[in-house]
Design a protein around this ligand. Structure first.
Ligand SMILES: [Cu+2]
Length: 156
C-alpha cells in the first residue's frame, strides 16, 4: 500500500515538473517570437473579357493585420499563359503599364490593387472571362505561405 502511494507521488511529481517546464517554455516562446505578417485578401475582381483580347487585369485588396511587413513577389494563374505584377502610370498625359518586381505590404497596413494603379496582369488568356465566373490567381510572398484568391468576373 505504501509502495503504491510512493509510486503515485513520484509520477505526480514528474507531471507537475513537466507542466512547470511546459509553462516556462511557452512563456519563453511568447516573449521571443518574431512578429509575423497576417495577410487577408478581399474584393478580388476582374472585368469580363474574351479570350481573343488576350489580357485582363485582376484587382484586390491585401490587408496585413500582423506586426511584420511582407512582400508580394510573384503571381500565377491557370487562366492565362502568364501573370505578372503591373503598375499603371501616367506620364505626360500618356497612360502606360510597367512591370514591377514586387509590392511591399506594410505591417498593420493595406495595399489596394485597383484601376489606375497596381494590378495583376493576365497575359494570354486561355478562356473567356464571363460575368459571374471566378478566376483563380496564386499570390507568392516573401514570408507568408502562398495564397489562392478567387477573382469575381464583373463590371467595376
Ligand atoms: Cu497591366
Amino acid at each position: 500500500m505504501l509502495q503504491i502511494f510512493r509510486i503515485n507521488a513520484a509520477v505526480g511529481g514528474n507531471i507537475v515538473f513537466s507542466i512547470i517546464m511546459a509553462l516556462l517554455l511557452a512563456g519563453l516562446t511568447a516573449c521571443t517570437a518574431e512578429p509575423i505578417p497576417e495577410l487577408d485578401t478581399y474584393n478580388c475582381w476582374t472585368r469580363p473579357a474574351v479570350m481573343g483580347v488576350g489580357t485582363a487585369a485582376v484587382y484586390f485588396t491585401i490587408v496585413n493585420n500582423g506586426g511584420a511587413s511582407d512582400v508580394l513577389t510573384d503571381v500565377s494563374s491557370d487562366a492565362a499563359e502568364s501573370a505578372r505584377l503591373h503598375e499603371t502610370q501616367i506620364e505626360m498625359g500618356i497612360m502606360s503599364m510597367i512591370p514591377i518586381s514586387h509590392i511591399k505590404i506594410p505591417a498593420k497596413g493595406r495595399i489596394e490593387l485597383q484601376p489606375g494603379g497596381f494590378h495583376v496582369m493576365l497575359v494570354g488568356l486561355k478562356q473567356d472571362l464571363s460575368p459571374g465566373e471566378t478566376v483563380s490567381v496564386m499570390l507568392y510572398f516573401e514570408k507568408n505561405d502562398v495564397m489562392a484568391i478567387e477573382a469575381e468576373v464583373r463590371e467595376p
